[in-house]
Design a protein. Structure first.
Length: 101
């Protein structure tokens, strides 16, 4: 198999695993975490970048799988600079995303 096929298969598997993790987060958080960790390991092993929307589902500090409203908190900042504050409920790390207006 060539590199393009391997990357395509890896992307499909990562997408399937993260969809399953999102589906299972309310029922079984440990199973959901294991799906997400497996998806990250596949991406690191094949050395491909995860898409931005998938990368947002992981805490930047503890690397745990976080879903807004379940194990993370999302707030809109009220300062001069518009930003979104995401707080991981596992490690209490807060990171901000600036909103361009």
């Amino acid at each position: 198999m060539n590199k393009k096929n391997i990357e395509r298969i890896a992307n499909e598997r990562i997408e399937i695993l993260l969809e399953s993790a999102l589906r299972e987060i309310k029922n079984d958080e440990k199973l959901s975490q294991s799906y997400a960790i497996l998806a990250r390991k596949i991406a690191m092993r094949i050395r491909i970048r995860m898409p931005y929307m998938m990368k947002q589902l992981f805490c930047r500090k503890c690397k745990q799988f976080i879903v807004p409203g379940i194990n993370s908190r999302v707030r809109i900042g009220r300062t001069r600079v518009k930003c979104i504050r995401i707080t991981c409920m596992k490690c209490n790390h807060v990171y901000r995303k600036i909103i361009e207006s």
